[in-house]
Design a protein around this ligand. Structure first.
Ligand SMILES: NC(=O)c1ccc[n+]([C@@H]2O[C@H](COP(=O)([O-])OP(=O)(O)OC[C@H]3O[C@@H](n4cnc5c(N)ncnc54)[C@H](O)[C@@H]3O)[C@@H](O)[C@H]2O)c1
Length: 404
């Protein structure tokens, strides 16, 4: 296939990663999405986004995409030159590691139905998984290309990626050609935007993904521990963070205290790397997730103390989602706090526009923000927005900078 030809690309998984990649590629290529979830398939074929994400929804609305979906592997994988694999790799507590079986299932089908296609795996994997899969299936057409997008900014990050890392299993001409074509496929829709590219071994690419997320998690945990210290000793968290962040090696960014990191990836990826590194005797990364759990425990005990001292008062949760702009409640630290309160018999009211119905896990949902602000005596908010500026005295938050 010559570069520049219209390519047939299949994307396995219509989630944040799969849809962002599909929307990016569907202006220049013929894209088919394969998903085992029929509802998601029907939504895509009906021209609607299966996930609540403003930018992805807007891209569907605008149209002009060469995009269809199917749950039939033969139809989906049979004709593609490239299959982008974006299926889930959740942390399996029983296995104490990422469960990448959905990735294996997709690659197995591609090998069976269309062995000349190349699988570009964008799901996050344990280090060494790509090579083990190659050996297990005796299938060489695998590249591991980690995805770094953020939920809530999925499309923006896809259009302006921080870097493109391409992990290969072999050094031969065929693999190099496939890696270069994959880079062209993913960069061509960005219309000349400068993106750093790193061609590395598959294991290095897997490590780059996990160490990147573990660093971000560690940074959140660091500033949360700093904030916990300030809170306990009656010091200004903002003053300390500001002074610390004036060192350009530290920098004044990604330093805003929170109720603990959450979202789909930081927690599971940090746990995965931690379990890998602990075998080598590492200390720091394997304890990052523990620090995050402790943070949530400490915040919860403050809320429980409030509930005990103010019986009859109403605790309100302003948003449960992990990220502004995302509907994701996956691994949300705020949701953990709510559940921690509920476990002790304390109910709350919730303002969370992405939730439908009258209640959520036995807590009343309040759709009207003004009514919510009136009813709640204490407003628990991981992030404080201008919508809360009239109820500053009611807010419980550790948000210093009003940003991520
Ligand atoms: N969400 C993020 O911000 C993000 C960022 C970077 C990397 N990742 C990684 O990308 C992967 C996907 O994440 P996501 O957030 O897009 O997931 P998601 O849960 O939003 O979507 C996954 C989709 O895959 C489908 N699926 C499951 N098994 C399948 C199979 N065998 N064949 C076809 N479809 C199947 C599901 O029905 C679902 O629609 C994960 O490994 C994740 O760690 C996610």
């Amino acid at each position: 296939m010559a570069m520049g030809d219209l390519m047939k690309v299949t994307v396995a998984g219509a989630g944040y990663v799969g849809l962002s990649n599909a929307v990016l590629l569907a202006r220049e290529n013929e894209v088919t999405i394969v998903d085992i979830n029929e509802t998601r398939v029907d939504l895509v074929n009906g021209g609607r986004s299966p996930i609540k994400d403003e930018d992805i929804e807007a891209a569907f609305h605008e149209g002009g995409l060469s995009l269809k979906a199917t749950s039939d592997p033969k139809e989906g994988y049979g004709n593609a030159s490239f299959v982008i694999v974006a299926t889930p790799t959740d942390f399996d507590p029983a296995k104490k590691g990422l469960d990448a079986s959905s990735v294996e299932n997709v690659v197995r089908l591609v090998k069976e139905l269309n062995p000349s296609a190349w699988c570009l795996v964008r799901s996050t994997l344990p280090i060494g998984f790509t090579r083990k899969l190659q050996e297990k299936l005796n299938f060489d057409h695998l590249l591991f290309i980690p995805e770094f997008l953020r939920e809530g900014k999925a499309m923006k990050d896809t259009l302006s990626p921080s870097r493109l890392v391409i992990g290969t299993l072999k050094d031969d001409g065929e693999t190099k050609k496939a890696a270069e074509e994959a880079a062209f496929l993913l960069l061509s829709p960005l219309k000349g935007k400068k993106v750093d590219i790193a061609f590395v071994k598959a294991e290095e690419a897997e490590a780059i993904k996990l160490f990147s997320n573990a660093y971000l998690a560690m940074r959140v945990a660091f500033f949360d521990e700093l904030d916990g210290f300030a809170l306990k000793h009656g010091l200004s968290s903002k003053a300390i963070i500001h002074g610390v962040s004036l060192d350009p090696r530290i920098g004044d960014y990604y330093n805003n205290p929170s109720f603990g990191y959450g979202g789909y990836c930081l927690s599971k990826d940090t746990k995965e790397l931690g379990r890998t590194l602990v075998k080598d005797g590492a200390l720091l990364i394997p304890t990052v997730d523990l620090s995050n759990e402790m943070r949530k425990e400490k915040i919860l005990s403050r809320l429980l103390a409030y509930a005990a001292e103010h019986s009859g008062k109403t605790i309100g949760f302003y948003r449960l989602s992990s990220k502004a702009g995302s509907d994701g409640l996956r691994s949300s630290s705020t949701l953990d706090l709510l559940r921690g309160l509920n476990a002790k018999g304390v109910k709350a009211i919730i303002f969370e526009p992405s939730l439908e119905g009258e209640s959520f896990e036995g807590n009343a949902l309040e759709k009207d923000l003004t009514a919510f602000k009136e009813k709640a005596d204490l407003i628990v908010a991981n992030r404080v927005t201008s919508h809360l500026s009239d109820v500053k005295d009611k807010i419980f938050s550790r948000d210093v900078y009003h940003r991520d």
